[in-house]
Design a protein around this ligand. Structure first.
Ligand code: ZN
Ligand code: ZN
Length: 246
């Protein structure tokens, strides 16, 4: 078993709030510098930058966990990850079908562009990606699991867009594979507020919107290889695999 450094919550230039410098080349360059083995690509309600990130990351021996940070009907942010391109494409369709359409105003919210590895714009998304889906947290969790994906409520300690800010508590029957705490808290502090958090595996990530933040928060996965299946096992604490906070 080996330890792999993971930052599973990274935005790219596609997220309206993501810096325009968050191009594939620059993201991977910084991730490499930080010694990251596993990088989650989690733009708001879109998976369209995952392919190019995977292509560039592979050249640096970094594994990409492709996914998205979904905004539920309750305005709860949740990280989602998928095992292959087929299920990722199916989830992208689901996102496009259920995202409530609000036209993006780039001057107000920021640009939503898909770029290639040479930083050329290949697509621009018009539907505001920080809007919410018309699907509940439970419905999205169910869809993610139907596609064999991983579902992780994001930054659960934050005063906005978190499961605790929107629902007030962590439901005992929550169908989550883990919970994410932000860099602004500790597990100890989180347990004081929500004693049932440690029913779940906990991850901590950077939620980077700027290059400088990539890898400033991470967690360690103990597992055989840096793959989706191993990550899933580590989150479930199966076969000696586990995830620990730094
Ligand atoms: Zn978020
Ligand atoms: Zn985020």
């Amino acid at each position: 078993m080996q330890s792999f450094k993971a930052d599973l919550h990274t935005h790219t230039v596609l997220s309206p709030c993501g810096s325009l410098e968050m191009s594939p080349g620059r993201i991977i360059e910084k991730a490499d510098k930080e010694g990251i083995d596993l990088l989650g690509i989690t733009d708001h309600n879109s998976t369209l930058m995952c392919h190019v990130l995977d292509e560039v990351a592979a050249e640096h021996g970094i594994t990409i966990l492709p996914g998205a940070e979904v905004n539920t009907k309750e305005e709860v942010h949740c990280l989602t990850f998928f095992k292959d391109w087929k299920t990722l494409a199916a989830f992208q369709q689901y996102l496009e079908q259920h995202l409530i359409f609000i036209p993006n105003d780039p001057n107000r919210f920021g640009y939503q562009v898909v770029v290639d590895r040479d930083e050329q714009i290949v697509n621009e998304v018009n539907s505001l990606l920080i809007a919410s889906l018309n699907q509940s947290l439970d419905e999205i969790a169910e869809e993610v699991h139907r596609l064999d994906g991983i579902f992780i409520p994001a930054h659960i300690d934050r005063p906005t867009n978190s499961i605790t800010s929107q629902l007030g508590f962590i439901p005992d029957n929550l169908k989550a594979d883990a919970l994410e705490i932000s860099k602004f808290t500790t597990l100890k502090a989180m347990k004081r507020l929500q004693p049932n958090v440690d029913v779940f595996s906990i991850i901590q990530s950077s939620d980077a919107h700027f290059i400088g933040n990539i890898g400033d928060t991470s967690c360690n996965f103990y597992m055989e290889t840096p793959t989706f299946e191993e990550v899933k096992m580590a989150l479930a604490g199966e076969n000696g695999r586990k995830v620990t906070l730094v």
